[in-house]
Design a protein around this ligand. Structure first.
Ligand code: AFD
Ligand code: MN
Length: 388
C-alpha cells in the first residue's frame, strides 16, 4: 500500500468538476419541484458552485451549458468565477432542445439543420476561447425511434463530418470529449449509443478527441470499470460524467446507488495512474438534484467520489498483483475487498483539516447560513432550470 503521505497528497490534488445546471431547478417529465433560493443567472450558479469548492476544497471548476449559461461577456464570467475562487471548466453544447432538432441535429436528414447544429458547436469553441476552457463536451440526443426511419450508416457519415469540422476548429490546447448514451430520448437507435461508437469516432478524429463515460448511460449490469480500463489503456478516456442510477439515466448523486461500482471505477483510474489532474481525465459531475437541496447534494457527491478514491488508493497493489499472478482467486478478491471495506472517512477528515477546512463539509456548509441567505436574497427573477 502506498505511504499514507502519498495517499493524502493524491487526495488533496484530486479535482472534481461541478455542473452549472445541477444548481438550477430540475425534475422529470412528470414534475419539476422548484426549490427556493435557486440561482437565476449563470453568475449565481457559479456562486453556489464556489460554495461547494469552499467547503470541500476539491471542486475548483464549473462546467457550463450553452445556451442555458449564455452571457454577453464570457471573459467577464470567467473573471467573476475567478473572483469567487473557481474557474470555468468544460463547455457543454446543447443540440437537443431546439424544435429543429426533432429528427436529429448533426445527423438530421436536412442539411440546413445539420449546418445550424454545427454552427452551435463551433460557437461553443468560440466560447472556450473566451473562458479559457480546455474541453468541449459533446452529447447528442440524435437517434431514431423506428426501424426504417432513417439510414443508420448515413447518420454515422453525417456525425463523422460534423465531428471532423469541430475537431479542425479546436485550438492546440483544446479537446473534444464525445459522450455516449444507450437510449433516451431516442428509443430505437442513438447515433452515439455506446463506448465503442464514441471510441471509434475519437480514434478517427485524432489525439484531441476522447470519450466521456457517463455512469448513467449504460444498460443495467454493464461492467463500467472494464470500459474505463480499456479506454485508459488506449489513452482515450477524456473524463467522466459521474452520477448514480438505479434503473436508467437517473442522474442521482454519484456513489449513492452503488458505491462499490464507483470504487471499482476509481480502482482502475488509480491502477492506470490517471488520478492526478495532469493525467487529463476530467472528473465531472453530471446529475440533477430533483428532491434534495442542490448545494448539499453536490457536496455529498464530491465526498462520495473522494471516499471511493481513497478506498482505491489504499488497495495493497503489490499484494494484489502477487495474488493475481499466483491465481489466488480468493486472496486477490479479499485484498480488493479489504480496501473497499476500509473506513476512509478519518483519512479524508485529516486531509481536509490539513488544508484548513472543516472535516465535515456538509456540517460546515449547513452552519454557514448560505442556504438561508440565498432563499432570502433570491426573490424575483426567473429561477434557472433545465429549460426543457
Ligand atoms: C443529459 C444527457 C447527458 C449530458 C447532460 C448535459 O443525458 O448526460 O451530459 O445532459 O448536457 O443528462
Ligand atoms: Mn452526461
Amino acid at each position: 500500500m502506498p505511504e499514507l503521505d502519498t495517499i493524502r497528497a493524491a487526495l488533496r490534488a484530486q479535482r472534481i468538476e461541478l455542473p452549472s445546471w445541477a444548481f438550477g431547478n430540475s425534475g422529470t417529465r412528470f414534475k419539476v419541484f422548484a426549490q427556493a433560493g435557486v440561482p437565476r443567472t449563470p453568475q449565481e450558479k457559479i456562486a453556489d458552485a464556489a460554495q461547494v469548492h469552499a467547503f470541500t476544497g476539491q471542486a475548483p471548476s464549473v462546467a457550463l451549458h450553452i445556451p442555458w449559461d449564455r452571457v454577453d461577456d464570457y471573459a467577464g464570467l470567467a473573471r467573476h468565477a475567478a473572483d469567487l475562487g473557481v474557474a470555468i471548466g468544460a463547455i457543454n453544447s446543447n443540440v437537443f432542445q431546439d424544435n429543429d432538432y426533432m429528427l436529429g441535429s448533426v445527423t438530421n436528414p436536412d442539411p440546413g439543420i445539420r449546418r445550424k447544429a454545427l454552427d452551435h458547436l463551433l460557437e461553443c469553441v468560440d466560447i472556450m476561447d473566451q473562458t479559457g476552457s480546455r474541453d468541449l463536451k459533446l452529447w447528442f440526443s440524435d437517434g431514431t425511434n423506428y426501424p426504417g426511419q432513417d439510414d443508420i450508416t448515413a447518420r454515422q457519415d453525417r456525425l463523422a463530418e460534423a465531428l471532423r469540422a469541430v475537431y479542425d476548429r479546436l485550438g492546440d490546447q483544446q479537446r473534444m470529449l464525445l459522450e455516449y448514451k444507450l437510449f433516451e430520448p431516442a428509443f430505437y437507435t442513438m447515433d452515439v449509443p455506446d463506448w465503442g461508437t464514441a471510441y471509434a469516432h475519437c480514434v478517427d478524429l485524432g489525439p484531441k478527441a476522447a470519450v466521456v463515460v457517463d455512469t448513467g448511460h449504460h444498460a443495467p449490469g454493464t461492467n463500467i470499470e472494464f470500459i474505463v480500463a480499456f479506454l485508459l489503456r488506449k489513452g482515450k478516456l477524456g473524463g467522466f460524467d459521474f452520477n448514480s442510477r438505479f434503473y436508467a439515466d437517473d442522474d442521482l448523486m454519484v456513489g449513492a446507488a452503488d458505491p462499490f461500482q464507483l470504487f471499482r471505477i476509481m480502482a482502475e483510474v488509480v491502477r492506470a495512474d490517471a488520478l492526478a489532474p495532469e493525467a487529463g481525465v476530467a472528473f465531472m459531475l453530471d446529475q440533477c438534484h430533483n428532491i434534495e437541496p442542490k448545494i448539499p447534494g453536490q457536496i455529498r457527491s464530491v465526498m462520495n467520489v473522494q471516499e471511493a478514491t481513497a478506498k482505491a488508493l489504499v488497495i495493497d497493489r503489490e499484494a494484489l498483483a502477487a495474488a493475481q499472478r499466483a491465481g489466488d482467486v480468493l486472496g486477490a478478491n479479499g485484498i480488493l475487498m479489504d480496501a473497499y471495506n476500509t473506513d476512509v472517512r478519518p483519512l479524508l477528515a485529516g486531509v481536509r483539516e490539513d488544508a484548513g477546512l472543516h472535516p465535515n463539509p456538509l456540517a460546515a456548509y449547513a452552519a454557514s447560513g448560505y442556504a438561508e441567505r440565498i432563499v432570502a436574497e433570491r426573490v424575483g427573477g426567473t429561477a434557472a432550470g433545465w429549460g426543457a
